[in-house]
Design a protein around this ligand. Structure first.
Ligand code: GDP
Ligand code: GDP
Length: 438
């Protein structure tokens, strides 16, 4: 399961440089091929097999009406509230500033793990300058150079060690009732959909506190469907939500995705798919959660023809490629069009995510296909796939046993995935295919 690691610190210490090193570079390549913009301040990374989400708190614009220092401290407070672990970055060139002291105090007063990263330690001479940061009272500083990357491995070791123990990949709370989250940009209609679906019945909801985190899963049994709605919004009731809206909504989205089995990614029909929507989509896929795209406000699309919906869907699927096997539902919450469809589809995707194919059935189907279209031989070597099986994992993962696994390339992986998707219904569910030595 993913965890959230937030990078905090005053401006110019090097937060975004570190962020780019951890997430951005790799993501930039992905984005370039997918044609989305790179305006992102959060993303997934992994270290020693541990995946987590990194957030650059400095990337979010602060409320300009707030005084500068107050606004930055507010973001630190929000990061403390939401993250599992914090990297507090300071700058060896400037030494300790007043703002560092204020932040250090905020960080000392709470119980989440904090890694003190002294940045811009580009050479050995600066190493000794880093000792002054012991006085912040946040333990041993880790010296890094975000620019060159030196020391970042040690920092990541410490980050991974600070994260809560890796529980089972899927949280098991003794129930298999599907968990649905409704995510998307502000104003697309998320709360309208929630209200339309659940309406006044909301008061019969029994909230159960999440197992490891504070998210609330509200249990519903309506319309003959039984499900949990992941509701992280409830967390904020104590505090006003006026400031740091973007920052908060991003944190909330990440959390909701981590908590759910299937996410309903809601779009506004009048606005199409933008980079922010794609960021959320990638988070869902990265976290191996089910996904349904709901295009809301369909009532606002003028001059609809018989093929408008089909063309709209095709256009979205092109953007989602290569993972385009995702259900798309067109709704109008205000006109109560297809809103139950959206929910039903999400529950169907939850079923798909749990689908298990018996080994014999899988091999009976896939081995003849492999025989017909084997992986291309490379450097005169024949690549032989002996058999396949679905792994006993909570999400669909397939292992193909091969004599030379390193020679099976991505196009062939996609070929196998498409054939599997053609035979069994895995729509809305990301799938992993591994090649293993046999
Ligand atoms: P942020 O405001 O905390 O996100 O800081 P930035 O990542 O934008 O970095 C601020 C400045 O510090 C930029 O000019 C960076 O090039 C520079 N910088 C970042 N990391 C390092 C480093 O490790 N060494 C040196 N010498 N400069 C760095
Ligand atoms: P959220 O921020 O995603 O929770 O969005 P809201 O549910 O608060 O909705 C934002 C605005 O869009 C509100 O004014 C809603 O009345 C409006 N809205 C929601 N669904 C629809 C729809 O299907 N059609 C139209 N025309 N407006 C909608």
């Amino acid at each position: 399961m993913g965890n959230i690691v937030a990078i905090v610190g005053r401006p110019n210490v090097g937060k975004s440089t570190l962020f780019n090193r951890l997430v951005g570079m790799r993501q930039a390549i992905v984005d370039a091929t997918e044609g989305t913009t790179r305006d992102r301040h959060y993303g997934t990374t992994d270290w020693n097999g541990r995946e987590f989400t990194v957030i650059d708190t400095g990337g979010f614009t602060v409320n300009s009406e707030d005084i500068f220092e107050r606004a930055i401290c507010r973001q630190v407070e929000l990061a403390i509230e939401e993250a599992d672990s914090l990297i507090f970055m300071v700058d060896v060139e400037t030494g300790i500033t007043d703002l560092d002291l204020t932040m250090a105090e905020l960080l000392r007063r709470q119980s989440k793990p904090v890694l003190l990263a002294v940045n811009k330690v580009d050479n050995a001479m600066r190493q000794t300058d880093a000792y002054e940061f012991y006085s912040l009272g946040l333990g041993d500083p880790v010296t890094v150079s975000s620019m060159t990357g030196s020391g970042t491995g040690d920092l990541l070791d410490a980050v991974v060690a600070s994260l809560p123990a890796d529980g089972p990949e899927e949280k098991t709370d003794g129930t298999t009732i599907p968990k649905i989250a409704i995510v998307g940009r502000p104003n697309v209609g998320k709360s309208s959909l929630t209200n339309a679906l659940l309406g006044e019945e909301r008061n019969i909801v029994t909230p159960i506190a999440g197992t490891t985190r504070d998210a609330i899963h509200s249990y519903y049994n309506k319309f003959g469907m039984e499900f949990h709605l992941v509701d992280t919004a409830g967390l904020r009731k104590k505090q006003k939500v006026t400031d740091d809206l973007e920052f908060y909504s991003v944190m909330r989205t990440i959390r909701a995705i981590e908590e759910c089995d299937t996410a309903i990614l809601m779009l506004d029909a009048s606005q199409g798919v933008d980079a922010q929507d794609m960021n959320i989509f990638h988070l869902i896929v990265k976290n191996r959660k089910g996904c349904v795209i709901v295009v809301n406000k369909w009532d606002t699309v003028p001059d609809k023809q018989s093929n408008t919906m089909k063309e709209y869907a095709e256009n979205i699927r092109r953007k989602l490629a290569p993972f385009s096997d995702v259900p798309i539902v067109f709704t109008s919450v205000t006109e109560k069009q297809r809103i139950f469809d959206a929910l039903k589809t999400a529950l169907h995707v939850c079923d798909n995510r749990r689908r298990r194919i018996p080994t014999s059935e899988l091999n009976d189907f896939i081995l003849p296909i492999i025989e017909q279209t084997p992986p291309p031989s490379i450097k005169g070597k024949y690549v032989r796939i002996k058999y396949a099986m679905m792994l006993p994992t909570p999400t669909p993962q397939f292992a193909f046993f091969v004599n030379l696994p390193q020679y099976v390339k991505d196009p062939y992986r996609r070929f196998l995935e498409n054939r599997i998707r053609g035979e069994w219904d895995f729509s809305g569910v990301p799938m992993q295919i591994y090649f293993r030595q046999k």
